[in-house]
Design a binder for this molecule. Structure first.
Ligand SMILES: Nc1ncnc2c1ncn2[C@@H]1O[C@H](COP(=O)(O)OP(=O)(O)OP(=O)(O)O)[C@@H](O)[C@H]1O
Ligand SMILES: [Mg+2]
Length: 307
């Protein structure tokens, strides 16, 4: 098996809030192999973007470590553009409105001290080279996201993080952008960390899925296995409320009630207050970590559990 491209080991990020510190990431561990797509799913506030920012070196870890191509990402690491490309959720906010597209696409090349071919990059993401002279406001949302993808892939990084890359786009455009990402992966061989709360797109995009709940990974496994036989009641609830594949891009209709407050010293399972299968143990004892390298969940009473 090839060496991991990305290794996140016990990554923990604490933020202060009025009601005390809380853990936006709580001992998160994962690995990504070259060329693989790993999806991270979970509701708003579960820590997906904090994880992305930590991998980019934009967020300091409270504890734990992150390794990219065998090198540790320390503190706030700069100039990672050659290793990690980033596609943000909102193509309206992520492109400098005062820069022409040519300058936006040249930027990574200047950071990487390389000569760039802006026309080739535009063609690669399905835009005419004449777009180089335009400003972001002259482009549609989908066209802007194509530019953002071009910028992320300019230096051919082995890893690209896509944080809800289609969430801000019209439904008709979403599938086109996902197809572009898939096509570029086939031709360039990059790995994706694909962040989304849209399970239909996760199934379409990813090989492996990680389900997060309140800063913690509660289930992980190969996409088909997790979709067919989810172990964690939280995963099942997310799936039951998710639309079908032909409604790709539609937000899940989750009616789970309020998120409980995050506490640094959580005792039992943090999903227990919302779990339909919760028993007394669930709130009083930490859930056991299932020791499976392929499919596992942190749950006292996993569903579909085969021993
Ligand atoms: N710099 C910060 N300071 C304090 N709290 C923060 C900071 N950044 C994020 N948080 C909090 O950490 C938690 C996780 O946030 P994060 O943005 O990682 O969630 P997310 O899963 O990306 O959510 P969404 O789906 O809405 O994008 C949230 O409760 C958020 O309010
Ligand atoms: Mg986010």
């Amino acid at each position: 098996m090839s060496d991991p491209l990305l290794k996140v080991s016990g990554a923990t990020v604490a933020f202060a809030s009025r009601s005390g510190d809380f853990l936006a990431l709580d001992r998160v561990s994962l690995q990504l192999l070259p060329g693989q797509t790993v999806a991270v799913v979970g509701e708003s506030g579960c820590g997906k973007t904090t994880l992305a920012r930590s991998i980019l070196g934009l967020q300091r870890l409270t504890s734990g470590s992150i390794w990219l191509q065998g090198k540790e990402v320390k503190g706030t690491t700069r100039n990672q553009a050659e290793k990690v490309g980033m596609v943000w959720q909102d193509p309206y906010a992520s492109l400098n409105p005062r820069w022409r597209i040519s300058r936006i696409l040249q930027e990574p090349f200047s950071l990487g001290k390389q000569k760039g071919d802006c026309d080739a990059l535009l063609t690669e993401v399905g835009l005419d080279p004449s777009f180089a002279n335009r400003y972001p406001h002259e482009l549609s949302g989908g066209q802007r996201q194509r530019v953002a993808i071009g910028r992320a892939l300019a230096l051919r990084p082995p890893l690209v993080i896509c944080d809800e890359p289609t969430a801000a786009l019209d439904l008709s455009i979403q599938a086109q952008i996902l197809n572009l990402l898939r096509d570029l992966q086939s031709s360039l061989g990059c790995a994706y960390l694909y962040i989304s709360h849209d399970l239909a797109t996760v199934r379409y995009m990813a090989d492996f899925v990680i389900v997060m709940y309140l800063g913690r990974i509660v289930e992980y496994g190969p996409v088909e296995r997790v979709f067919e036989k989810p172990l964690h009641p939280y995963t099942k609830t997310l799936m039951d409320s998710a639309p079908s594949l032909d409604e790709i891009g539609v937000l899940p209709r989750v009616t789970l009630g309020e998120l409980p407050t995050v506490s640094q010293r959580w005792i039992g399972c943090r999903f227990a207050p919302r779990c339909p299968f919760s028993q007394a143990t669930c709130s009083s004892t930490p859930p056991p970590v299932l020791q499976s390298s392929s499919h596992g969940a942190e749950c006292h009473f996993p569903l579909n559990h085969e021993d």
